[in-house]
Structures are given as structure tokens and as C-alpha cells.
Design a protein around this ligand. Structure first.
Ligand SMILES: [Zn+2]
Length: 242
């Protein structure tokens, strides 16, 4: 039997956070009012109908394995940038505001995963780590479908030339040119090539650029405007308990 997989990407709209965090910030780590974050998370869980696991993301490659249904308001899982489960009815969330949120699923095996792939974590190999963890739960790389979520695009993501070369060496295909003609990074392009090399069955992308789309949180846009720290949107996936 093939599992039904659900995927949601949140925006800035619909929450209780104020000011630079307004309004649907889902991160507990960006200086927002904890009561507002708790209210926003409660709304997300209520609307989606599943408890949601959040991570304390550290730009690393550790994968959290969820093998028991979590409490609705349990603590964030420490020091992990990816999470996997074979349990239906458990939402897996990753938070981002320019980094790439990545949702993965093998419907036939009934295994889902989520990963936070910013410049550092992507180059360090968080996606090979999450695919390996899904395989350990019974997924086949060829059966995995991936969604690369909204992130800063290559035309907006200017970096020093040396950093561009360094990231492209670890994540080939990510080097590009910005709108201004300077060295840039297109992390989603690099992650796409990496996923193809891993033998993943299908890769799609939500093409929105977080810097350009004001419905989304963007760390770079907020920093340029002097309004950092800003909030984080979430990409969430789960196996429908049906
Ligand atoms: Zn852009």
C-alpha cells in the first residue's frame, strides 16, 4: 500500500508575532516572544491536525530519528538539521529564512524526511545524511521524491569569490552569477545535482526567492534593512494516517 504524503510551506501570514518577527514566526531561536511562537506553533499543529517536531538547527549533518509520537508541545530536538520518520501522523518541520528547506518522501516505503540545507550544511552533506537515514528505515533512493523549498535565489545570493569556489567544490553546480554580475550561489541548483547523484527518483522545487518575495521571511533582506533578526517559515511533511 502506498502512503499519502503531505507537504506544507508556511508564510509570514496568520500568526501572533509582532514587529520584525511578524507574524507567523515558528522559530524559538530568533528572539521572538515565546508566547507568540507557542501560539503560532499551536495553530500550525491544529490546522494540520498532527503534532509537529521542530529542531534546534546548527548547520550540521546530524539526523534525528522520530520513532514515537511526540507530545504536541514537546521541546525542540537538540542539535540536528534533519529529521526522519516512518510513523504516520507526525509532522516533521525544518525552519528557514533563505536557507533551503528540503522535504523528502518514499511513498511506497512509507518514510518521510526533512532537512535544513543552508550554505554550510549543504556543503557538509546534510542531504546524503538524510537519504541514508531514510534508507535505514526502509526507503529506496530511487523511490524518494524531493521538494526543494523557497530559498534565496542565485541572482540575489552574492558571496565572496573564494567562498563561491569553496562551496562549489563541495556542492558542484552551486556557483553562479548574481544579478549584478558578481560571484553568487544557487544552493538549490547544487542540491539538485547532489540528489541526482544520490539516485533520488524525483526532484521538484518551489521556485520562490525568499529575498524577493515579501510574503516570506528573509535573513538577508532583514539584515540589509536593519530589521534582523527576523522570523523563520517552516516546511513541514508528514505521512497521512489516512
Ligand atoms: Zn532572488
Amino acid at each position: 500500500m502506498t502512503a499519502r504524503v503531505r507537504r506544507v510551506v508556511t508564510t509570514r501570514a496568520g500568526g501572533r508575532s509582532r514587529g520584525h518577527h511578524g507574524t507567523f514566526n515558528l522559530s524559538a531561536g530568533v528572539g521572538d516572544d515565546p508566547a507568540a511562537v507557542a501560539a503560532n506553533r499551536a495553530r500550525a499543529a491544529r490546522e494540520l491536525g498532527v503534532p509537529i517536531v521542530y529542531l534546534q538547527q546548527v548547520h550540521g549533518t546530524r539526523v534525528e530519528v522520530v520513532d514515537a509520537v511526540p507530545a504536541a508541545d514537546g521541546p525542540d530536538r537538540p542539535a540536528a538539521d534533519a529529521v526522519v520518520t516512518a510513523l504516520p501522523g507526525v509532522g516533521l518541520a525544518v525552519l528557514a529564512a533563505d536557507c533551503v528547506p528540503v522535504l523528502l518522501a518514499d511513498r511506497a516505503a512509507g518514510v518521510v524526511g526533512a532537512a535544513h540545507a543552508g550554505r554550510v550544511g549543504a556543503a557538509a552533506g546534510v542531504l546524503p545524511a538524510v537519504v541514508e537515514a531514510m534508507t535505514a528505515l526502509g526507503a529506496r533512493p530511487g523511490g524518494i521524491e524531493v521538494l526543494l523549498g523557497p530559498a534565496v535565489c542565485g541572482r540575489c545570493y552574492e558571496v565572496p569569490a573564494a567562498m563561491c569556489a569553496e562551496v562549489d567544490a563541495a556542492l558542484p553546480g552551486s556557483a553562479t552569477r548574481t544579478r549584478a554580475g558578481t560571484p553568487g550561489l544557487d544552493l538549490r541548483a547544487g542540491l539538485y545535482h547532489q540528489l541526482v547523484d544520490l539516485g533520488v527518483g524525483r526532484v521538484g522545487a518551489d521556485p520562490r526567492c525568499t529575498v524577493e518575495d515579501r510574503d516570506l521571511y528573509s535573513h538577508r533582506r532583514a539584515t540589509a534593512a536593519g530589521t534582523a533578526p527576523t522570523g523563520r517559515q517552516a516546511a513541514i511533511t508528514w505521512l497521512d494516517p489516512g
